[in-house]
Design a protein. Structure first.
Length: 67
């Protein structure tokens, strides 16, 4: 399936994208959404780190399996 897409792309079946047709992107909205996603990702990483730390303290024999 990927090979077919590549072949069609090289043969020009998808055409050229006209930048004027694309919708305008609001930079402030995009920046705020990006900041929100970074915050969510940071919170998730912090939660995983805390859970791993608790697991190590409660079950030191599982320390080898986490690495």
């Amino acid at each position: 399936m990927v090979h077919r897409w590549i072949r069609e792309y090289h043969n020009g079946h998808f055409g050229n994208v006209d930048v004027a047709v694309l919708p305008d992107i609001d930079a402030k909205k995009l920046t705020s959404e990006n900041d929100q996603l970074k915050k969510l990702l940071g919170e998730k990483d912090l939660e995983i780190a805390i859970l791993r730390d608790l697991l190590k303290k409660a079950n030191p024999h599982l320390l080898k399996k986490l690495k």
